[in-house]
Ligand binder design. Structure first.
Ligand SMILES: C[S@@+](CC[C@H](N)C(=O)[O-])C[C@H]1O[C@@H](n2cnc3c(N)ncnc32)[C@H](O)[C@@H]1O
Length: 647
């Protein structure tokens, strides 16, 4: 096949016993570029694909890039970062506490599928934190690989093989991007389009009776109807409603008394044969712990990938200037305010480790399809390489490769496709490796040589909060899983502290939410007992999740375990302790906040949670490795080599 012709022996899901689960192919939405398709059927609630996707954080980017001395956000668009059109809000992924301002790039389902509001068939879930064993006290790889892992996607209903997969970008995504993308219909556009079709039917046959919609009753003959429909669909004034209308006239007639959605659903399925012939399989690799020391996760073949066959397609988002990943510390500015200290680049955003670049260029490319982000480096025993796609011209704009960097800087959507190709047969279960280039290897070797375990002064923070170094880093998730060990009180913590990255939050119903009429003169203090009937009702808006401290711990005298055997001693069980906490509640008063303190007695363990403070996870280690991968000289476009002079 000419466009997408990767059929035959090159591992594109030809084996019916082992179908490729996910394909990248031309979207069924006209002019929407790439789409993601199911290569097999999926049951409702089933995970779509084998493993969830990688999530990569970019933090406080506006702060790091705003003009010097200005600590306020310069705003999206003042620097070229097209990933803003692909990124997720941190709460959707579960990592909002990592820093003040977090945006998240998610590969695979997080970036590749289209959104069609009437056909959303995929639900996306949060990621989990798992650093793949890269211990900050032992591994020079700590903080160099993203710990946010397995962002899974499940089927919202039974999905048949061949269906295009659609995710929910949220209406706001489209509403705030007029002018960047063609107007995309949102839910209410389909309702308006459906009502327009009803009027159109009336115009054709002078009735709203479905039985009248037959050829000999129509006011216009078929050719005239088709012409009229083309005028309606291609009228130069584009609206979301019009974009919601069926593209061809036959579908429009069918939808007059039917449902645009049912017709669109039919049109959104391609044959599995089409996908095998003209799509690219995205399911040949899965992440697992790498065989390479300190590398974190790697990508492993799910099936035999023959020599010359496709390991994975990799559409890329281009970033015109890699210095947009630079990160700085803060200093006190001339006016006593906190500003950015530009004298040293302290580190770079972790996404730098996931992009391809070239030493002679400022341009870097982020591949966003499933699992390619996990492909590791080997200088000699690599078994795959990267090249530009030769097909998929509906998406891959080969002419961009000869345009200058200024041109790239004006492009806000991706339009280039790389491919990972096997250099020899890669067996099922083998790790896929490429060569990141000599510069990368030299940088890594130097890093390993200089690296020493992190201590108090190696934590990079924007808001200066230094680790006291008195206790080992332990994450809140680990402490929260251990319900049996009693929580240390403030007095105990003075002797045996938790790591400084750990704080507490308590789930407590505060009862009175009203703001103050007058600002109180003293710090408002309240005393009360924990009441299981009113606290922890998580279906209520009144439930708060506020900062708290544990001031006292004592043994519960009631046996509320439901265990009838009074003689049994519950040694060390968390349930036998109750706590006194001091809860901080911030109340709004005009433009300021007032902290109220609630002393609450008899609080059970389940109401208290350990939390990780911002800027404390491994990606903020000042000594974490950062380096882009290199695209080979013969692959990286000459036209983008704008940094030769600087070198
Ligand atoms: C594109 S990512 C590869 C996936 C990454 N291992 C992960 O777990 O997310 C590149 C990063 O992986 C790690 N890496 C890849 N190859 C490595 C190698 N040969 N030795 C050590 N670390 C490696 C480095 O941290 C590098 O910056």
């Amino acid at each position: 096949a000419s466009d997408g012709g990767s059929a035959g022996s090159d591992n594109n899901g030809d084996d019916d016993d082992d179908p490729c689960l996910l394909y990248l192919a031309q979207s069924t939405i006209p002019n929407a570029g790439l789409g993601v398709f199911a290569g097999a059927s999926f049951k409702k609630d089933q995970q779509v694909g084998r493993v969830g996707d990688a999530a990569i954080l970019t933090v406080d980017q506006n702060w790091h890039l705003s003009s010097e001395g200005v600590s306020v956000s310069k705003g999206e668009g003042d620097y070229h970062w097209p990933l803003t059109n692909y990124d997720w809000n941190a709460p959707d992924i579960g990592c909002e506490w990592e820093a003040e301002d977090v945006s998240v790039t998610v590969t695979g389902f997080g970036a590749a599928p289209n959104c069609h509001f009437r056909l959303i068939n995929i639900a996306e879930h949060k990621a989990t934190y798992d650093n793949a064993g890269l211990d900050r006290y032992k591994s020079p790889g700590a903080g160099a690989s993203t710990p946010w892992f397995n962002r899974s996607s499940t089927a919202l209903w039974d999905i048949e093989a061949g269906s295009e997969l659609f995710v929910d970008y949220g209406q706001d995504w489209f509403l705030t991007r007029d002018g960047v993308f063609e107007l995309v219909p949102v839910a209410d556009s389909f309702e308006k389009a459906q009502s327009f079709l009803k009027h159109y039917g009336e115009l054709l046959v002078g009735s709203t009776n479905p039985d009248d919609l037959v050829e000999d009753k129509m006011a216009l003959d078929e050719d005239a109807r088709r012409d009229l429909w083309d005028i309606i669909r291609t009228f130069p004034y584009v609206t979301r409603e019009r974009q919601a209308l069926p593209v061809n006239h036959e579908d429009a007639i069918r939808a007059i008394h039917g449902d645009i959605q049912a017709i669109e659903k039919e049109n959104s399925v391609r044959s599995v044969q089409y996908l095998k012939e003209r799509g690219k399989c995205m399911d040949n690799i899965v992440p697992a712990k790498s065989n390479i020391p300190h590398a974190g996760r790697g990508a492993f073949a799910t099936r035999l990938i023959p020599k010359g066959g496709l390991v994975a397609p990799a559409p890329v988002v281009h970033i015109a200037d890699k210095s947009s990943t630079n990160m700085y510390n803060e200093k006190i500015g001339r006016h006593g305010n906190i500003v950015r200290d530009e004298s040293v680049i302290v580190t770079q955003q972790i996404i730098l480790n996931y992009v391809f670049g070239h030493p002679n260029s400022t341009v870097v490319l982020f591949p966003y399809s499933s699992n390619v982000a996990y492909i590791n480096h080997h200088a000699t025993e690599y078994n795959a390489e990267v090249r530009w796609a030769k097909d998929f011209s509906f998406y891959h704009k080969n002419e961009w490769l000869s345009k200058p960097v200024d041109f790239l800087e004006e492009q806000w959507t991706s339009g280039l496709l790389l491919e990972f190709i096997a250099l020899r047969d890669i067996q099922a279960g083998e790790e896929v490796l490429i060569n990141y280039g000599d510069e990368w290897q030299a940088a890594w070797d130097e890093h390993v040589q200089k690296w020493h375990p992190s201590n108090s002064d190696t934590l990079w923070t924007k808001t200066t909060d230094n680790n006291t170094g008195l206790s080992e880093y332990l994450r809140a998730e680990v402490l929260n899983d251990d319900m049996a060990t009693p929580i240390r009180t403030m007095a105990e913590q003075a002797v045996e502290p938790y790591h400084s990255s750990i704080h507490f939050k308590c789930y407590v119903n505060v009862n009175h939410l009203s703001p103050y009429e007058f600002e109180p003169l003293t710090r408002p203090y309240f005393k009360r007992e924990w009441d299981r009937r009113v606290d922890m009702r998580d279906d209520s808006d009144d439930v708060h999740y506020n900062a708290c401290n544990v001031t006292l711990r004592y043994e519960s005298d009631e046996d509320d375990s439901g265990d009838d055997d009074d003689d049994e001693v519950e040694e060390g069980a968390g349930a036998e302790y109750l706590y006194t906490i001091e809860l901080e509640v911030k109340k709004e008063f005009g433009n300021t906040f007032i902290s109220e303190f609630h002393v609450i007695t008899d609080v059970p363990r389940e109401a208290i949670a350990f939390v990780n403070l911002p800027y404390t996870s491994d990606i903020f280690l000042k000594n974490a490795f950062r380096h882009e991968m290199k695209l080979p000289d013969d692959v990286f476009p000459k036209a983008w080599m704008n940094a030769i002079l600087e070198n």
